[in-house]
Design a protein around this ligand. Structure first.
Ligand SMILES: [Zn+2]
Length: 346
């Protein structure tokens, strides 16, 4: 029968030979590996999520059957899901109360940043830190308390660093200077985990690194928000070594995961990156940690693979609330420990 839409398959290899077949399949055919990030991370008894263009679905499925590889269809109708992510809305996309229940264009996000600083001149500021590969401005939105003349401690949050929907170029989360381009990254530009030509070779990672370097005494917490797989991670990802405050970081993410389970009935894995997923050198959280930001985290948001990178807009609110709960819980704990909070002002 005819297949009208791209599909995402979940496949599990049982033996080393099956792992090889799957590795070949994900690199040689025109497929996109969603999980794990690279074919070399495929191992026995672990779910592999593979995006397959419609013209290849039949081929790939036949191959899987020939080799008796266990698989199931994760996503049947990707076209509809992609349409949901990019759909144009008839009403003004910027003003309706459903703003946070939709995906937005970069133009809309710029507009939103502008409106935020205009509406809140006393607590929001925008800082230009560089320009992207496509020569678009890179902004930091700085939020502060109303009376913040005295230098306060700060936290940094970045989101969506991988931009896997583009699937071209350097993985920015392999481009930072933390055991750069060692095992778990690739120096081959066609790979999803390509580390770039040298650490901070890309304008985006360089801009972030420069900004954080020049504010390293102020920034005490670092959060990088990614998708997908529902995990709360901390250093290291670039080696199996334990971070010097490993137990403290572990306790923080454990509590955050418990809170998410309690409030939202959702399960998050947690732990040091390399041990929880696999080696991933050159990540921004490890780099920030090595520079001296001792509370450094990467969150992988919803879901665990049902929709993967094509999470429907109706899930945005819950995914964001879970992340916000974790950020807030961890931050308040750290403030308590370190007593950075300035005394209440009258
Ligand atoms: Zn990630």
């Amino acid at each position: 029968h005819l297949i009208y839409s791209d599909q995402v398959l979940s496949i599990i290899a049982k033996t080393p030979a099956e792992v090889d077949i799957l590795r070949n399949m994900s690199t040689q055919h025109e497929t996109v590996l969603w999980q794990p990030a690279s074919a070399r991370h495929i191992k026995p008894d672990t779910e592999v999520h593979l995006y397959i263009p419609k013209h290849h679905v039949q081929n790939v499925t036949d191959l899987l059957k020939t080799h008796l590889l266990a698989h199931r269809v994760l996503l049947q109708d990707t076209q509809e899901l992609i349409a949901m992510q990019t759909r144009n809305h008839t009403s003004d996309p910027r003003s309706s109360e459903t703003f946070y229940e939709r995906y937005h264009s970069l133009e809309d996000i710029y507009y939103w940043i502008n409106r935020t600083i205009t509406d809140n001149p006393d607590r929001a500021k925008v800082i230009l830190i560089g320009s992207s590969y496509e020569k678009r401005p890179l902004y930091v939105l700085k939020l502060s308390g109303r009376k913040s003349n005295d230098a306060k401690k700060a936290m940094w949050i970045d989101c969506g660093i991988h931009a896997r929907d583009d699937c071209i170029g350097t993985d920015l989360n392999r481009n930072f200077d933390a055991n750069w381009c060692t095992e778990g990254a690739s120096d081959y530009p066609c790979e999803e985990i390509y580390c770039g030509q040298f650490p901070e070779s890309e304008p985006e990672s360089r801009a972030v690194a420069n900004f954080l370097r020049s504010h390293k005494d102020t920034v005490k917490l670092y959060f990088s928000i990614h998708s997908y797989s529902q995990m709360l991670l901390f250093p290291y990802s670039c080696s199996y070594e334990q971070a010097q405050n490993h137990d403290e970081l572990l306790a923080l993410v454990q509590e955050a995961a418990q809170n998410i389970r309690r409030y939202y009935r959702n399960q998050y894995k947690y732990g040091a990156g390399a041990k929880t997923i696999y080696l991933a050198p050159g990540g921004s959280d490890d780099w920030a940690y090595k520079m001296g930001i001792e509370y450094s985290f990467t969150f992988e948001l919803q879901d665990r693979g049902t929709y993967g990178f094509l999470l429907p807009p109706s899930y945005i609110t819950k995914a964001s609330k879970e992340a916000a709960l974790a950020v807030k819980g961890i931050t308040l704990r750290v403030i308590q420990k370190k007593q950075w909070a300035s005394p209440p002002q009258s």
